[in-house]
Design a binder for this molecule. Structure first.
Ligand code: HEC
Ligand code: HEC
Length: 466
């Protein structure tokens, strides 16, 4: 007599066939994606636009007055600043990295490292001194005397920039299990033309500008939801921990959960935007009243009224809170579906969490109570020595980075005309980005190295559909 187990394949096959005809069937089908993904990456804020404007569209569910406010913010986001005194947009510098938000976040998308002999446009460097051995866990970065915590490579007329940086790359090759050779490039940085000597022991963190759409949704994810994914001591033993950053909140005057920036080093979009005006453009706000050049030998700081009013700060914050998320494409393509299963199998989803639910973000109903597919857990992970910047940022240590959201990643080429990924833009395409994963993500990378070419293509097709 045939045992039940030898009949099992037949039973499974029959149930697959049955459930294929009957959508209501409760039988679990093997090929069902492990996570239910839809096209609506941004819930009701999703926009069906796969053009070069895919990241710059207002959320379609804004009220008429919210739409107006968004447009006001858009104008400010694009405003070019100039040296004071001037009629329009004065106050730039004295030292800065760029003259407008949009210059770095081109089309609300992402920046990249300069090509050989190009100037730095959409990438910047954070600096600090090493923390003393007895430092308390989670303390803010220690500014470098005369430089602060960011290298400003440009300055207004009559003032020297803090210094410049040169990048060159070391090429290395990785061979996957099926013998495919993949070329990777590792960046090296050299300081040049610093206006005064930089201390030998300075710590340096390269960062390209990330895209700025969908951020209100990420701000609206309840803290408890994010903390539920944290597993600092890896209690479940899956090799993946996930740790929240806690950073200084200037408005609340206490440490709160960090959400924005490559190391989750900013707690709110309001503070992120104020810090951008301050650190990247040399513009003061009510949050950061002191010029970024304060304390430097060549520059005198002035503490007047903020160069950016609270009204402007608020509309720009609202602007980045209410940019739509582009819809997924080709979700029913068999290759994309295969890639989705492989994404889950390779444990990518342990950090790049597909689906989350937002709570309520005060004043921004369009991003509140949405089911979204950001593909992030908003937590820090040890990504290994190759990606390490060896510079800590509050609780994030020198090897830890926040899982970046993957929504829209397949449209970066169309929007920004490049495919440079990771915090320093070293990856030249999505596969290179994956093959740099180490640390907690080493098993995921190894899984990809073991895949056949067909499977790797499917995984990339899935990422391209996001
Ligand atoms: C010199 C280039 C540059 C300029 C100018 C600039 N940014 Fe950024 N922006 C960056 C970089 C780099 C980061 C990542 C910072 C980090 O990880 O510490 C960033 C991060 C952000 C983030 C967080 C994104 C995320 O996914 O966490 C927002 C929001 C943002 N910028 C908005 C603005 C606004 C608004 C302005 C203008 C007031 C602005 N930026 C000006 C380079 C720039
Ligand atoms: C342990 C957590 C973790 C796992 C597992 C993981 N990632 Fe990541 N991923 C990250 C972090 C953190 C970064 C940012 C690293 C950096 O910029 O240095 C990242 C970056 C990326 C990027 C580039 C994103 C960008 O905005 O530049 C892609 C693409 C990506 N991951 C895909 C994958 C895929 C595919 C898998 C599975 C094979 C995977 N990741 C597994 C944490 C993880």
């Amino acid at each position: 007599m045939k045992s039940f187990f030898s009949l099992l394949p037949l039973i499974l096959l029959m149930s697959i066939l049955l459930s294929a005809c009957d959508a209501e069937s409760p039988v679990a089908v093997e090929s069902t994606p492990v996570f239910a993904t839809s096209e609506l990456s941004g819930g009701e804020t999703t926009v069906f636009d796969a053009s070069s404007h895919a990241f710059s569209t207002p959320a379609p569910n804004l009220s008429a007055s919210a739409f107006e406010k968004h447009l006001e913010g858009d104008v400010e986001f694009e405003a070019n600043f100039v040296t004071a005194p001037a009629e329009v947009n004065p106050g730039l510098g004295p030292i800065y990295n760029n003259i407008s938000c949009i210059n770095c976040h081109s089309r609300d998308g992402r920046g990249r490292p300069p090509k050989v002999d190009e100037k730095f446009v959409s990438m910047l460097f954070r600096l600090s001194l090493p923390k003393p051995a007895d430092a308390i866990d989670g303390q803010p970065p220690i500014p470098v005397p005369g430089f602060g915590t960011q290298l400003n490579n440009r300055a207004i007329f009559g003032t020297a920039p803090e210094g410049k940086i040169k990048i060159d790359y070391t090429e290395q090759t990785l061979t996957t299990a099926d013998g495919t050779r993949v070329h990777l490039r590792y960046p090296n940085y050299t300081f040049t033309e610093t206006y005064q000597p930089l201390p030998e022991e300075v710590e340096l963190s390269p960062r390209v500008a990330p895209s700025v759409f969908g951020l209100g949704l990420l701000e609206a994810i309840p803290e408890d939801t994010i903390l539920a994914y944290a597993d600092e001591a890896d209690a479940n033993g899956d090799g993946i921990s996930g740790k929240p950053n806690y950073v200084w909140d200037v408005v609340e005057q206490r440490y709160t959960l960090g959400r924005f920036g490559w190391k989750a080093n900013q707690p709110t979009l309001l503070q992120q935007v104020a810090a951008a005006y301050h650190d990247d453009m040399g513009l003061t706000t009510s949050l950061f009243m002191t010029e970024n050049s304060a304390g430097q030998s060549q520059l005198t700081a002035h503490d007047a009224t903020p160069e950016i009013s609270d009204e402007i700060l608020e509309v720009v914050t609202f602007y980045v809170q209410t940019l739509a998320v582009p819809a997924r494409r080709n979700v029913d393509d068999p290759q994309v579906k295969q890639g989705e299963v492989l994404f889950a199998k390779a444990q990518c989803a342990s950090c790049h969490v597909p689906t989350l639910r937002t709570g309520v973000l005060a004043g921004v109903p369009s991003v509140s109570n949405q089911t979204i597919q950001p593909f992030t857990d908003m937590l820090l992970h040890d990504m290994g020595p190759d990606l390490a910047d060896n510079r800590s940022d509050f609780r994030a240590n020198g090897r830890e980075w926040r899982t970046p959201p993957l929504w829209g990643i397949g449209l970066v080429r169309r929007v920004n005309g490049h495919t440079n990924f990771l915090h320093d833009g070293r990856a030249r395409d999505l596969m290179e980005a994956i093959l740099w994963h180490g640390g907690e993500a080493a098993a995921s990378r190894q899984a990809v190295e073991q895949m056949s070419k067909e499977e790797r293509d499917a995984l990339i097709a899935f990422l391209e559909s996001l």
